[in-house]
Write a protein that binds this ligand. Structure first.
Ligand SMILES: [Zn+2]
Ligand SMILES: [Zn+2]
Length: 177
């Protein structure tokens, strides 16, 4: 085994409890103190741990004493935490916080009746590309901004608020200018 991810503990809205469950002292509470949602540490689709802090193997040796004797293994060093992930790397499904942000945005788009049906459809299509990082992200974000402006001054503000935690970097630059 070379590198690995520590287990992250996150609430269903995406509030981080810890990026390294093993280093946490004391029990994790069952509900989030910020939003009251359930706290999870596994993908709800495939059951794999949510990846937290990343560790890489070094040339050093780590000696651990387990009460019976000592064992040695490669020493790992932390590469830090990249932030709460959006998608499960094991099954590719969105985590609940990603899902609920997308659903909130989709519901909101339905209320933008100043736009015609095809524009609302365009907006919904753009949404997927804004969350998943790809070459389509920046143009999709530009389209969302453009249609939001047409929909009224509250629309972009709403998307900025609801999607803040889940849009990819390229889309962020477009949406926040
Ligand atoms: Zn929360
Ligand atoms: Zn999964």
């Amino acid at each position: 085994m070379c590198g690995y991810f520590a287990k992250a503990v996150v609430c269903e809205s995406g509030h981080l409890v810890t990026s390294n469950a093993e280093s946490e002292k004391g029990p994790v509470t069952p509900y989030c103190m910020t939003c009251g949602k359930k706290i999870i540490d596994k993908c709800q689709h495939c059951g794999q741990d949510i990846p937290g802090e990343e560790f890489a193997e070094t040339n050093g040796l780590e000696i651990t004493y387990d009460g019976m004797g000592t064992t040695s293994g490669p020493l790992h060093e932390s590469l830090g935490f990249r932030g709460v992930p959006k998608y499960c790397p094991s099954c590719g499904k969105p985590y609940p916080w990603t899902q609920s942000a997308i659903e909130a945005a989709l519901d909101y788009i339905d209320t933008l009746i100043v736009l015609d049906t095809s524009e609302r459809h365009d907006m919904k299509k753009a949404l997927d590309n804004i969350v998943a990082d790809s070459p389509k992200s920046a143009p999709a974000a530009r389209r969302l901004v453009q249609l939001s402006r047409k929909a009224g001054k509250e629309a972009l503000k709403f998307f900025q608020q609801v999607l803040a935690g889940v849009v990819c970097e390229a889309a962020k630059r477009e949406m926040w200018g």
